[in-house]
Write a protein of this length. Sequence first.
Length: 217
Amino acid sequence: MKFIGELHNVKLINFSVDLQEVLPMVPQSLKVFQENGIAIISMVDVQLKNMRPTWLPFFKFGYRHVAFRLLLDDSRFNKIEPKGIYFLKSFSNRPLMNWVGNLISNYKLTNGKIKEIYDAFSLKQMGKYVDYALDPFSEVNEDNALYQKIHRIDRAYATEDNDIFVTKIARKHWPIEPVKCYHFATNFFKSAKLLGAFKVKDVIHYTWNEPKKVISF
């Protein structure tokens, strides 16, 4: 399905993990982006609003979406630089939304308990947790290398049987800004280490296009 909607209060918490920890979670037909044995996960925390399929514009919905997005090396598909991600796991606190979402997407949605107090966030699921806290008022030195890796993401990959599918994301602008993350902790990944965080102040109007098959084995 093709969807259009709005992204509100986007936060991107980026952390590294050992490559060997995430390889078992990824189909062998996809190549994980890595630097010296280190992979990168960009966790998105966003409020989706006015989401609707293009063929049913009057049916609108929204929810809080949190997802572990693993950066891929998809340069063999786009012939430029890595721009893709693979959803390791996604969360919302709306079980019905998760069920419907898994019928029409590859988000891998599961139920999680989400709490937020000002700029402190916590998600828990069956003994697992991920916490972060931001300081939007302090200056932070921008990591240009990390910025480039995260800013260029515009497509998500999934596999079905022996096929690879890509979903491209269309948006007119993507003004991510660095923000200080003074606390980060998770036990979803043993080797997780914080790299940096970004936020988007603007409301982003975007299109989630239909998946297209890119290669067949």
